[in-house]
Ligand binder design. Structure first.
Ligand code: SF4
Length: 421
């Protein structure tokens, strides 16, 4: 017992000792070669994030253009909390949203949907890529310009219980930012708040009540009214109905659709409920482990899902027919860690159609026509050929990765290109 205790103390001192020695070395390096140290640190960070992309040209039809967006959260370790890696929550995704339309974003919990929404709104500083809102790069705006853009980009959070201040009456919750951004002259303030509340299905006398006096559905209406009061053009709806029961969900979805028609709003609708997404979206992106694996107009995607992950997701949609035999595809295993995603296709550890080539070669994005894109080797003739070669000669696996990725680069089809322009 004593020996064990003694050994653990020695281990701990060793660990701390090494950290202190490394820290001391870093300080000496910084004092003797400050510029080189900073340059090296920046280069090491850039190499880990690999923020390389072709800038896109703004298309006036689009309100939002996301190009190779990355959001990496640093993993700190050691006595001096150095960055030793990143959790790749969003790993180079690209898409566009046309004005007045809704794009649905679906995927399992933890695949990075919410992080995409928050990074677009600059609630998180991006790690790489670009986000154009009406042609302006949101991440390059200075404080003043960002303040003028803020009201135009709003968010409705998932949890209507924790996203409202319990200390403020509803009129103040909705009106606070309206006053702050001078949306209407002061003399019209009361009438304006009443009008917004009424368009969200709330009554004027609700103004003086507090959030705890409302049901879940009514609270979500308050959240929507708060976003709407700033006269936005674009709203990120981050699972706005998942905390509500089914009958209330329908009311909120219909409310969002009515408001879209009335105010010409554009939505990014994040959800893991595919039936809801089908009902409200014009186009849908499917995310897996920080990447977008399939994108298509809603009717096209639901009629013809191509990616094995999308097939598995869609096979879980309940059908309201007791005689219908569900043909569910069960995904084996857990989602891999986004800090250390699998090589090749990120989905290969759980894919029932996995081939040899999938384990080492990153799939490219294939245009299937009808604005339908899929990231899978099954639809890539070059990768299928390579798979046949790899079956005959397994040593090809390592070199194949380099070869195909070089070809992708030459063909300008690498993951940083935005195909949805
Ligand atoms: Fe499955 Fe391979 Fe397609 Fe990935 S690339 S989804 S592992 S078939």
């Amino acid at each position: 017992m004593n020996n064990k205790f003694f050994r653990s103390i020695v281990e701990w001192f060793k660990k701390v000792g090494i950290s202190i020695a490394n820290g001391f070395k870093a300080v000496v390096r910084f004092i003797t070669h400050p510029r080189k140290t900073i340059r090296d640190a920046k280069a090491a960070r850039a190499a880990m994030i690999n923020d390389v992309f072709d800038p896109i040209e703004h298309n006036p039809e689009n309100i939002l253009e996301v190009n190779a967006l990355k959001e990496y959260f640093p993993i700190k370790s050691g006595f001096f909390k150095r960055t030793v890696g990143y959790v790749k929550a969003v790993d180079g995704i690209s898409f566009n949203i046309k004005k007045g339309t809704t794009m649905g974003l679906v995927g399992e919990s933890g695949c990075g949907k919410t992080t995409v929404g928050r990074t677009i709104l600059r609630l998180y500083p991006k790690s790489g890529g670009e986000v154009l809102f009406n042609g302006e790069d949101v991440n390059k705006l200075d404080k003043k310009s960002l303040r003028s853009v803020r009201p135009k980009m709003q968010i409705v959070f998932q949890d209507p219980y924790s996203s409202l201040s319990p200390r403020l009456p509803v009129g103040e919750i909705i009106g606070e930012a309206v006053r702050e951004h001078n949306i209407v002259p002061l003399e019209q303030f009361d009438d304006y708040i009443t009008k917004i509340m009424q368009s969200c299905g709330l009554q004027e006398y609700h103004k003086d009540r507090y959030p705890h006096e409302f049901s879940g559905g009514q609270r979500q209406r308050i959240c929507i009214a708060r976003a709407l009061a700033l006269n936005p053009e674009f709203i990120v709806c981050d699972e706005p109905v998942s905390a509500l029961d089914v009958s209330i969900q329908a009311q909120i979805i219909n409310l969002l659709r009515d408001l879209q028609k009335e105010y010409g709003l554009t939505y990014l609708f994040i959800s893991h409920d595919l039936s809801v997404v089908e009902h409200i979206s014009d186009a849908v992106g499917v995310m897996y482990l920080g990447s977008m694996v399939e994108y298509a107009p809603t009717s096209e995607l639901f009629a013809n899902p191509l990616h094995p992950y999308t097939e598995a997701l869609f096979s879980a949609i309940p059908v309201p027919d007791p005689n219908y035999k569900m043909n569910r595809i069960i995904l084996e295993g857990n989602i891999p860690s986004p800090a250390n995603p699998p090589s090749g296709c990120k989905f290969h550890t759980r894919c029932r159609k996995c081939m040899e080539v999938c384990k080492s070669v990153v799939p490219k994005r294939i245009d299937m026509g009808n604005d339908h894109y899929v990231v899978c080797h099954l639809f890539d003739e070059e990768a299928l050929k390579l798979n046949e070669e790899m079956k005959k000669d397994p040593s090809l696996a390592e070199s194949a990765d380099k070869k195909v990725n070089k070809n992708l680069k030459d063909a300008k089809l690498n993951s940083t290109e935005n195909p949805f322009m």
